[in-house]
Design a protein around this ligand. Structure first.
Ligand code: SAH
Ligand code: SF4
Ligand code: F3S
Length: 446
């Protein structure tokens, strides 16, 4: 039996692509192996920040040894980095031993590329295929899912927003929505197969416009309502939602759909309306605060999480204080924080007023410290409550501990029962929260 090993470096969309790649490889006769001694190594890359690029070249350097120890081993690289010509050139020049290169738009072609390499049809056992933007979505590819009880479902591919800092529109092509019937069928099949939680995926789910077979169009709120009705579906989530397109109809669904989790990831990026304008985000600080007000009016318990970028070109001290002010006003449940990273090919990388590294770092440290304090303060309110927790797995560090998530998405660690606890994985159980810190809760079966 030939074996494969996939390393996934990017976001949820990247992870979902890896599930498709795994599904195709299994159909092609490969079985999953534990590590880099596999016959086929696939690296699924991310390019969103510079450290992602650097990490990839570090991994390639390490894999070179595995390749040298057994030259028959096949190495394939794919994902967002492969959509960029300078990266492909670097691989061509410095890592010519890489066998297969394919882009985010060419996943369906992997079996054919692999066949050509395996049969030594190509010069130096190399098969490359990348395309800038494919016009059609390829449906019906197999997938090997990471979890039995929760799943990602793509609803829209690509991005049309061109935020001035972001590489994604260049690596994922233009927006393409899947037909609603395809999505509801996939959700139905997943739930029939034991899935309890579905996360609908897209760079901006609010732009979803699916063409129905009857010629009508389905938008995101309507799709959410359709998917929420899937028999057996207990938790529905989605990401990511762009503030500029978050509609009142969508917000109302938080008060209406019982299985829509009380959680939203709503990246603000900056609290300064001027910075937001130069980021091409199409909303203001006030507009964002208004969305938060409406969301909390629809469901006071909703967990609001966000992404923040520090040190966007031209960010003044006053701009940064606006971000700190938004943090005080919203009190995010948690936040992903990033130092602005110039991506070549994006408009902002060419802006003259880049922020010095030490200024970025000083602002970043202050911001993260305050965000963490607020997260901890908010978490404390959960002590003593009983929450329904979807048990996901055993704790990474302790075999006698289970971990899972609340409807709001908080991570909970709890002692496994006498029986061992494996039977609880994939089930939603009441857990009494006994303690909290910034990044997780501790609890006990109620
Ligand atoms: N489509 C999602 C974001 C995908 S990228 C959205 O619009 O919300 C995830 C996050 O990476 C972004 O929200 C942003 O905060 C961060 N990011 C993207 N490009 C970046 C860059 N050049 N430097 C720093 N952070 C960046
Ligand atoms: Fe990037 Fe903006 Fe598109 Fe998100 S919406 S992927 S941040 S361009
Ligand atoms: Fe990275 Fe591509 Fe996702 S750049 S964040 S893997 S869309």
């Amino acid at each position: 039996m030939k074996t494969y090993h996939i390393e996934t470096m990017g976001c949820q969309m990247n992870e979902r692509d890896s599930e498709t790649i795994a599904g195709m490889l299994e159909t092609h006769g490969y079985t999953k192996a534990g590590g880099r001694d596999a016959d086929l190594i696939v690296i699924n890359t991310c390019s969103v920040r510079e450290n992602a690029d650097n990490k990839f070249f570090g991994v390639l350097g390490q894999i070179k040894k595995a390749k040298e120890s057994d030259p028959s081993r096949i190495v394939a690289v794919c994902g967002c980095m492969m959509q960029q010509e300078p990266i492909r050139k670097e691989i061509q020049e410095k890592f010519a031993w890489v066998n297969i290169v394919f882009g985010t738009q060419n996943i369906a072609e992997l079996p054919e590329l692999l066949r050509r390499v395996e049969s030594n049809e190509t010069a130096r056992r190399r098969a490359w295929h990348t395309a800038d933007d494919m016009p059609e979505i390829v449906e019906g590819l197999p997938a090997k899912r990471e979890y039995a009880f929760k799943a990602f479902v793509n609803i829209i591919y690509g991005c049309n927003n061109f935020c001035t800092y972001c590489i994604v529109p260049y690596t994922r092509g233009r927006e393409k929505s899947r037909a609603p019937e395809m999505i509801t069928r996939e959700a139905g099949d997943l739930c029939a197969d034991g899935v309890r939680e579905i996360t609908l995926l897209g760079q901006n789910v609010n732009s979803y416009r699916g063409a129905r077979a009857d010629g009508q169009e389905t938008d995101f709120p309507e799709l959410l309502r359709m998917v929420a009705g899937t028999p057996g579906l207990e938790r529905l989530r989605f990401m990511t939602s762009h503030p500029k397109d978050l509609s009142d109809r969508l917000i109302r669904l938080y008060a209406e759909l019982p299985n829509l989790c009380p959680a939203i990831h709503l990246p603000i990026q900056s609290g300064s309306s001027e910075v937001l304008r130069r980021m091409n985000r199409h909303y203001t600080k006030e507009g964002y605060l208004e969305l938060v007000r409406k969301l909390r009016a629809a469901n006071p318990a909703i967990a609001i999480t966000t992404d923040l970028i520090v040190g966007f070109p031209g960010e003044t001290d006053a701009d940064f204080e606006e971000t700190m002010d938004v943090i005080e006003r919203v009190r995010f449940d948690s936040a992903f924080t990033f130092l602005y990273s110039p991506r070549s090919g994006t408009p902002a990388s060419g802006y003259a007023d880049q922020i010095p590294e030490e200024v970025k770092h000083t602002r970043f440290d202050r911001m993260v410290a305050r965000l963490n304090e607020i997260t901890l303060e908010k978490n404390r309110a959960y002590v003593g409550r009983t929450e329904p927790v979807l048990i996901e797995n055993f704790s990474k560090t302790r075999a006698d501990m289970l971990s899972g998530r609340t409807p709001g998405g908080k991570l909970v660690n709890l002692p496994a029962p006498e029986s061992g606890g494996a039977e609880l994985i994939g089930r939603i159980v009441p857990v009494r929260i006994t303690g909290v810190n910034t990044f997780s809760f501790t609890g006990s079966l109620a």
